[in-house]
Design a protein around this ligand. Structure first.
Ligand code: B1M
Length: 211
């Protein structure tokens, strides 16, 4: 019975049916299915299937966004219980679109996929300068700082941000992404990793945290 309900939640999440996901998540809670089980077997697993499909061009940005919206609807039900159940997040990530850059659709996708995978994500927004990344890193103590850029003219901000945090003695992994970026650019500026898409960003974060 509970397995069936979790499967139904996962299916509805993948179809982006936010209201159904919310209602069934409430039902699962009422049936005393643990928060961890709802997360792992329904929500996170549904989002990771969507992530894989997105990576393989089997689904596109709109499908990912509506699945993430459904995920958020379920998370609103689970959040108060997460604290009570003392479920630990897999890690803390500070994410932002770099200084001078206002593009946030890709960054938001990365944030949602990371949240869907069980990370606590602090979203610093757009046009984030080095000082703001530095302040957030000091305050939130993330394992990973994640930067997005969509303009060739703003990619340079990534390098200055990495330098500013390294010079301040902050021990954190840096990942970068965004349409104009490449793996070799990421290496050149001293980032720990580059991800071409949101699902790969989740894999990258997992491997960096595990290391
Ligand atoms: Co702008 N824009 N835009 N724009 N815009 C581009 C990027 C551009 C390529 C269009 C073009 O000329 N063909 C061009 C950049 C050229 C360049 O520098 N090479 C451009 C320009 C020039 C500009 C302005 C300068 C235009 C102007 O005003 N003259 C201006 C700049 C404003 C600013 O930022 N200061 C501008 C403004 C805008 C809008 C505000 C109108 C709007 C942004 C709305 C918003 O984001 N809220 C906009 C849009 C929508 C685009 C396009 C059309 C779409 C971008 C997008 O959202 N893609 C874009 C052209 C295009 O890409 N076809 C364009 C969908 C998104 C899911 O993909 O962001 O690549 P993407 O994210 C992917 C991956 O890159 C990766 O994962 C995501 C999902 O797989 N990824 C990461 C992204 N961040 C990551 C971080 C990671 C890991 C992976 O780890 C941290």
């Amino acid at each position: 019975m509970s397995v069936e309900l979790l499967e139904k939640i996962r299916e509805a999440l993948m179809k982006g049916k936010a209201n159904d996901v919310k209602v069934m998540t409430e039902e699962a809670v009422a049936q005393k299915i643990s928060v961890g089980e709802i997360l792992d077997k329904a929500l996170i697993s549904g989002m990771s299937i969507i992530g894989e499909k997105f990576k393989n061009n089997q689904v596109y940005v709109p499908e990912v966004l509506i699945a993430a919206r459904a995920m958020n609807a379920a998370m609103a039900v689970l959040k108060p219980l997460l604290k009570a159940a003392d479920i630990k997040s897999k890690g803390i990530i500070c994410i932002g679109t770099v200084k001078g850059d206002l593009h946030d659709i890709g960054k938001n996708l990365v944030r949602m996929m990371l949240e869907g995978a069980g990370y606590e994500v602090i979203d610093l927004g757009v046009n984030v300068d080095a000082q703001k990344f530095l302040d957030a890193a000091k305050e939130k103590k993330p394992q990973v700082v994640a930067m997005s850029a969509l303009l060739t003219t703003t990619m340079g901000s990534m390098k200055s941000t990495i330098e500013a945090l390294k010079n301040a003695g902050i021990k954190v992994k840096f990942i970068v992404g965004g349409a104009p970026l490449t793996e070799s650019f990421a290496k050149e500026i001293g980032a720990d990793g580059y991800a071409p898409d949101a699902a790969s960003a989740v894999d990258l974060v997992a491997s960096l945290i595990a290391a």
